[in-house]
Design a protein around this ligand. Structure first.
Ligand SMILES: Nc1ncnc2c1ncn2[C@@H]1O[C@H](COP(=O)(O)OP(=O)(O)OP(=O)(O)O)[C@@H](O)[C@H]1O
Length: 205
């Protein structure tokens, strides 16, 4: 899928976070949004995924030449961010079953999913008892393995150790050219493979 943003800007109260962003993310390409803490990366990611509306400008989504309406978008999007909640009362098996009532996963079995994410030890606990790194691996696993053409990643290696960060790079690299991917990050290793880099500082007035 292709994403086109035309002259978008976002203001909270009186403060413009960014202005005049026009960017096109081609089908199955990868864009990185970079910038310092508080510069507006997450906000731009939210706007480009239609999670948040822009104050000005428009964001459009296309599958081939067909424009996709907002009401049809949720099933085409996977989104991972540090502020995203997962349902802590569920076990991993329950979580996978619940997730698949919305989106299909290429690995359905919970033991195989846990092995994929590198969390085989402790997989039968409730998610609330997972460590922060285990939770992040579950969030990433759900997004990377879902049958969605759009993948949005906000600080994808948050809470991951070195091995986890390598796992993320390895797995996301396998999806290059297969999904449209946007990554908000200020860690070069998280987005080194992106074809296009948007520096948010170029759009702050
Ligand atoms: N709902 C909101 N209401 C008011 N201000 C907000 C809101 N959401 C974000 N902001 C402000 O927008 C600015 C950009 O925040 P954002 O989270 O997009 O930055 P970021 O570049 O992702 O930062 P970090 O690298 O620290 O995660 C910050 O000044 C933040 O306080």
């Amino acid at each position: 899928m292709k994403i086109t943003a035309s002259n978008i800007g976002k203001r909270y109260n009186r403060d413009w976070i960014f202005k005049n962003v026009s960017v096109s993310v081609e089908n199955c390409s990868t864009l990185a949004i970079t910038g310092a803490n508080g510069s507006g990366k997450s906000t731009l990611l939210q706007v480009l995924s239609s999670l948040t509306v822009p104050t000005v400008g428009t964001v459009s989504f296309f599958s081939g030449t067909d424009k996709i309406e907002d009401s049809d978008l949720y099933k085409r999007i996977s989104y991972v961010s540090p502020y995203q909640e997962i349902i802590e009362e569920m076990t991993l098996a329950e979580m996978l079953q619940f997730h698949q009532s919305f989106k299909q996963l290429s690995i359905k079995d919970s033991a195989a999913f846990a092995a994929y994410c590198g969390i085989s030890k402790g997989q039968n606990k409730e998610i609330r008892n997972f460590s922060s790194g285990m939770k992040q691996r579950v969030k990433l696993g759900l997004a990377l393995l879902s049958d969605t053409p759009l993948l949005f990643l906000d600080e994808p290696t948050s809470n991951l150790d070195e091995q986890g960060s390598k796992w993320y790079v390895n797995e996301v690299t396998k999806l290059l050219g297969k999904k449209t991917i946007i990554i908000a990050s200020n860690i070069p290793e998280e987005y080194a493979f992106a074809q296009k880099v948007l520096k948010i500082s170029d759009y702050i007035l």
